[in-house]
Design a binder for this molecule. Structure first.
Ligand code: FMN
Length: 219
């Protein structure tokens, strides 16, 4: 099996949220998430998602992507490869032969689960998914990938196929983008939950064009 984590080993690095808190003079007792307005909260969620992309120390860089129609759920960790605003899209890369791509082809909806264990904040991003394979979008991202990362999408055998021994599989020559898939989730709804010691908080946001309609929920 190929992992696509790149340099995720620096998982314990200080998250950018801590730096921004220090810049804002927020003390240890306060939290970044202690915001009273729903507009500020949706803004903060998207700021954090943008910060997570490309930042190996950020806990939201490794979301769980859940797929599947009602009777066949599935879930796995992926690397968050892109966040667009105001498109409100989340991007991940994969091999086009994986189960997730097959599932998303059949049922193009995915839930991206982000969790920050330090802040005890969970965000579920519900999305409509489109897949890019052997098209100009896939080509653009493929050409931006460093050579070292391309081997993740270049095994001769499909990911998940049986191997006679522990093995990463036979790697094909670089240059072949045929198995590369870009997963784009257009977020339509967000569910935010904060396990705050003094009382948990939860909010939901539904996308309305380029803005988010929020409501507080009972956790
Ligand atoms: C830290 C980590 C990062 C991963 N990143 C990705 C990724 O970006 N894309 C991907 O397809 N699989 C990634 N994987 C592997 C998936 O979790 C999964 O095992 C694999 O893609 C097969 O999933 P599927 O059969 O459900 O498609 C990652 C796994 C780990 C542990």
């Amino acid at each position: 099996m190929n992992l696509h984590a790149g340099s995720v080993s620096n998982f314990t690095a200080t998250p950018p949220s801590v730096f921004s808190r220090l810049r804002q003079g927020v003390t240890e007792m306060d939290s970044l998430w202690d915001v009273g307005s729903l507009t500020d909260l949706s803004e903060l969620i998207w700021t954090q998602l943008v910060q997570a992309e490309g930042n190996p120390g950020h806990p939201w860089r490794l979301p769980v992507l859940a797929t599947g129609a009602r009777s066949h759920p599935n879930a796995r960790v992926v690397v968050l490869r892109g966040v667009t605003r105001p498109g409100f899209e989340l991007l991940a890369f994969s091999d086009s032969r994986t189960s997730k791509v097959a599932e998303l082809t059949k049922y193009p909806h995915g839930v991206w689960l982000f969790y920050d264990p330090r802040e005890q904040v969970q965000v579920r991003a519900f999305s409509e998914v489109r897949l890019h394979m052997e098209d100009t979008v896939a080509d653009t991202y493929w050409h931006r990938l460093p050579d070292g990362s391309r081997h993740n999408y270049l095994t001769e055998e499909a990911p998940g196929s049986e191997a006679p021994e522990p093995s990463r599989g036979r790697i094909l020559a670089p240059g072949n983008a045929g198995r590369f898939a870009v997963i784009v989730g257009k977020v339509t709804r967000l569910d935010w939950l904060w396990l705050k010691p003094e009382g948990h908080r939860r909010a939901e946001f539904r996308r309305s064009g380029t803005t988010w309609d929020g409501s507080w929920l009972v956790p």
